[in-house]
Design a protein around this ligand. Structure first.
Ligand SMILES: Cc1cc2nc3c(=O)[nH]c(=O)nc-3n(C[C@H](O)[C@H](O)[C@H](O)COP(=O)(O)OP(=O)(O)OC[C@H]3O[C@@H](n4cnc5c(N)ncnc54)[C@H](O)[C@@H]3O)c2cc1C
Length: 518
């Protein structure tokens, strides 16, 4: 009841009659609605009912924070008295009221996850799965967590008839909530049409621009915005980075049962937005020009961001195995790092470690010492071509079996649990877990020689870059955090920690006298 009173202070009391629509598919926005009396049915665009809310319930979903076009309709089924709180007022309230914020944010996230499971909600993507542009947009919608349906012309005669008259660059055809259509849109055009995130001005001026919206970037956004910095996050694909693609992160502090990458990301994005950080996707940084007062970041759509401080958090791309269904296993039985939890998980299990470098060797030894039966597979004829001799000796000492000239061509298992792998020569090996150490390349090509980088392209920071601050690059006011940084640990928690730490250095850079007091 006290929460209704708080909402009433920030909103407006309204009434509605049976049959009235509180909001409708295709509307640009809607208020948060908390119900005193009455009942409302929420339906999809075809009028199919999804849920009813009555007294003490509330209407609202992730798009209240993201500003995305409305993709559901709410029709009053019993006369209503309710409080309507507009988006901006709700955002302020979430910032001030911790328990209300917990309640609403977790409900919004749960509702979005549930909506994504339903067909017929959100956008419709019409195109053949054989079209790479259709697959690109489906992948984008999936990673953006956009409620969407895919309509294949192979299975739907109406879609086939519609697509027949379109040219190759007009496919896929996308139907938006409310009926508008886009032909062959880019990821950016679709986002803008849905009102997702920001449409950036041609030139923006901010305190801190964060390039890359993975854990490091989002960590910086939460701390930067909550500590009063005008913070803008630029993300080229989907907020969440590598972590967002992980089925389950088992070692993130505070989640003893593990948390899916998508949930961790949703929570982090809501938190950043709650504090007022702006997130712009999909926009790609393509050039950085250092300046005395402000550094200039140029984006691929021609926009420019003039920022007093810049965080490079563009991460690295882990090389993945080119096998079907890999993502079903990732985070459950296929991993990219081996630490204490993995060693514990793999005790007395058959484990494959793939890679011929020192990191693969260290993981193999670590897992074998934890009691796993480890086989190390690599492509070359002899490990000594790529691995240090002392590690080859260690591998031998701990009983790791080495298979030279071995490449995995298929994974077998059920529900994310690996049972076996097939090699290109047809051999099948019974593995319960697989660890991939195929290397990672940093997303830094676009930087040129603006900041100092190591021979592999990772950004140097601190004393290695001749900088004062631990995470500062060779250019004052430009920082690096997370996987993109040379020598980083390549874990979610360390990326978040580094992003948060950078904010402290940014304060020192922007107002040296103030920051030294705290
Ligand atoms: C499948 C998988 C599972 C994992 N599981 C775990 C785990 O269980 N526990 C754990 O601790 N770690 C795990 N990791 C590692 C962890 O995800 C990474 O260490 C972490 O995501 C690094 O965060 P980051 O922000 O530095 O970079 P990233 O997460 O890589 O994010 C960088 C972001 O920058 C964007 N970007 C790149 N270039 C540009 C540009 N030019 N302009 C704008 N944006 C750009 C990218 O699109 C990306 O979203 C896993 C990694 C993978 C791949």
């Amino acid at each position: 009841m006290s929460q209704l009173a708080t909402l009433a202070e920030h909103g407006e009391e309204r009434t509605a009659e049976v049959g009235e629509k509180l909001f409708e598919v295709g509307d640009a926005s809607y208020p948060f609605i908390a119900i005193y009396e009455g009942e409302v049915a929420v339906t999809d665009s075809a009028g199919q009912e999804i849920v009813r809310h009555g007294a003490s319930g509330f209407l609202g979903e992730m798009n209240l924070l993201s500003g995305q076009t409305v993709f559901l309709t709410a029709v009053v089924t019993e006369p209503m008295r309710y409080i309507a709180v507009d988006r901006e007022a709700l955002r302020r309230l979430l910032f001030e009221d911790g328990s209300l914020s917990d309640l609403l944010l977790s409900a919004f996230i749960e509702r979005r996850e549930a909506l994504q499971q339903r067909q017929g909600i959100g956008i419709e993507i019409l195109g053949s799965h054989e079209s790479s542009e259709t697959r690109r947009l489906l992948e984008f919608a999936r990673r953006q967590r956009l409620p969407h349906s895919w309509v294949s012309p192979e299975e739907n005669a109406e879609a086939a008839a519609l697509l027949e008259h379109l040219g190759p660059d007009e496919i896929p055809l996308v139907r938006l909530p409310g009926g508008a259509e886009l032909r062959g849109p880019s990821n950016g055009q679709l986002s803008r049409a849905l009102g997702i995130g920001l449409e950036l001005e041609q030139r923006e001026e901010v305190d801190l621009v964060v390039l890359g919206g993975g854990p490091a970037g989002l960590g910086a956004a939460v701390y930067g915005a909550s500590e009063g910095l005008d913070t803008l996050v630029i993300e080229s694909t989907v907020l969440g980075g590598q972590a967002g693609t992980s089925r389950r992160i088992e070692n993130y502090l505070g989640f003893p049962a593990g948390i899916s990458g998508s949930e961790l990301t949703s929570r982090a994005v809501s938190q950043a937005r709650k504090f007022g950080a702006r997130t712009a996707t999909p926009y790609r940084a393509r050039a950085l020009e250092p300046g005395a007062e402000r550094h200039l970041v140029k984006l691929d759509e021609g926009n420019e961001i003039a920022a007093r401080a810049v965080l490079l958090s563009t991460g690295a791309e882990y090389r993945r195995l080119p096998v079907d269904g890999l993502d079903d296993y990732e985070g459950i039985s296929v991993f990219y790092a081996a630490g204490p939890p993995e060693a514990h998980l793999c005790g007395a299990q058959r484990v494959g470690v793939i890679g011929g470098g020192n990191s693969a060797a260290q993981a193999a030894v670590w897992l074998a010492r934890g009691g796993a039966l480890v086989t190390l597979l690599h492509r070359r004829a002899d490990l000594s071509e790529t691995m240090s001799q002392y590690l080859i000796d260690e591998i031998d000492r701990y009983g790791v079996v080495v298979r030279d000239r071995s490449e995995v061509s298929a994974l077998h298992g059920d529900d994310g649990r690996l049972e076996a792998v097939t090699l290109t020569d047809g051999t099948q090996l019974p593995f319960s877990f697989l660890f991939l150490f195929l290397g990672a390349s940093p997303c830094t090509d676009w930087l040129g020689d603006v900041v100092a980088r190591d021979p592999k392209g990772f950004v140097l920071t601190g004393s290695e870059a001749g900088a004062h601050g631990l995470l500062e690059t060779s250019v004052p006011g430009i920082y690096a955090a997370g996987d993109v940084r040379a020598g980083s640990i390549k874990r979610c928690a360390t990326a978040v920690g580094e992003g948060a730490t950078v904010v402290r250095f940014v304060h020192e850079h922007l107002s040296p006298a103030d920051a030294s007091v705290g």
